[in-house]
Design a protein around this ligand. Sequence first.
Ligand code: ADP
Ligand code: MG
Length: 392
Amino acid sequence: MDIHEYQAKEILKNFGVPVPRGGIAFTPEQAAFRRLELGGGRCVVKAQIHSGGRGAAGGVKLCDTDEDVRDFARHLLGTALVTKQTDAAGKRIDRLWVEEASQIERELYLGFVLDRKSERIMIVASGHGGMEIEDLAEEDPDSLIRMILDPAVGLAEYQARELAFKLGLEGAQVGQMVTVLKACYRAYRDLDAMMVEINPLVVCADGSLVALDAKMSFDTNALFRRGEIAGLRDPGQEDPRESFAADHGLAYVGLDGDIGCIINGAGLAMASMDMIHLAGGAPANFLDIGGGASPERVCQAFRTVLSDPNVSVILVNIFAGINRCDWIARGVIQAYKDIGIGVPVVVRLSGTNVEAGRKLIRDSGLPIIDADTLAAAAEAAVAARPQSIAAE
Ligand code: ADP
Ligand code: MG
C-alpha cells in the first residue's frame, strides 16, 4: 500500500529525519494560507498523488506570491496528473502540500528496499539524486551504492558512516546522514514497510541535510497489525475496481481486455489468462477468488468483475480442492438472481463435488455456457463475445 508524500514525511519526521515545514491544502485559499503560515516568502506547492515524477509532469512549483500559489493550486486541484509512473489516465489531485523552499546545493538519492535475492533490507544510494531510480540505473549505474543489512545486527553505525563518506559528505553532514539512515531503517522495520525512498535528500546551502521528497510503501499483509498505517490509505488514488475488490477480500488486478475472469488460485488465473490470449481474446482482469469461496463471495466476485464497463463476457474457472463446485455453482446462480448479469457467462468446474456443481447449473435453466476443459472454456468465452467486440 502506498501513501502520500506528506504522510511519509510526517512518519519519517517522527523517527528523526529532517523535513521542510509545511501544511496540507484542499483549496486554493488554504494553499495561500499555508504560505502565510510558513512566513509568507518563497514556498513550494506540490501535488499529492501516489506517484513519483511529479516535478517533470508539472505537479511541483516554486511560488513567491499569494497569487502564484492560488493560480497554481487552481490549475492543479480537481485535475488528473499524468506522470511517467502513472497510466494514461493519470492520478487525481485532491490535495496539495505547501512547504518552505530549500536552497539546494546537492541532491542525493536514498532508498530502502527489500532485496528478495538476499532476503534482507538493502540500502540503495547515489550522489546523483533528483532523477528517478530507473533513470539513474540506466544513465549512471556506477553512481549506485548498494548495502545489504544483516537483520540480526540492523544498520550498524560504521555502515552508515561508510555510506555517508561514499556519498562525499563531510564534517557535520556525516553525523546527520547517520541519523537519517538510522531513522529510515527504524521506520522501515518498525512499520512493516516495503520501501522507503527519499529522492532528493538534499544538502542545503547552509550545509544541512533535508528530505525534500519522501515515499513509503507498506506490506498489505501486515496492515492488520498496523492500524495507524492502514488509516493512511487513500482509496481515491487506487483503481476503483481494485479498491472494491480489496474491500471484499478478493485479489484483483484490472487489465485492458473485455473477458472478465473469476478463477481460484493465482496459478490457474495466470494459466487461464494465457489460454484466453491463445484463443484470440484479452482478459479484463486477474481475479483470484481464493479457497473455500462461499456463494456470497462468488457473488462479490461477479460484482467486482462487472464494475468494469468493458467486460463483455465472464469466464468462471474453478479447480476445486478446498473449494467445492456445488458452492461455486450456487454462487453463480445467486449472482444471476441478485445482480442481474447482462453478459454471457462461461463456467468450467473441476474437482471436489464437480457432478453436483454441474447439475445445479444445468437444472438452473440459466443461459450459462458449460465447458469441460480450460482450453474449451477460453475458446467458448472468446466465441461468446458480441460481434462488435470480436470484430475489433
Ligand atoms: P517528484 O519526485 O514526484 O518529481 P519531488 O518532491 O522530488 O517530486 O520534487 C521534484 C523536484 O522539485 C525535486 O527534485 C527538487 O529539485 C524540487 N523541490 C521539491 N521540493 C522542494 C523544496 N521544498 N524546495 C526546493 N525545491 C524543491
Ligand atoms: Mg522525488
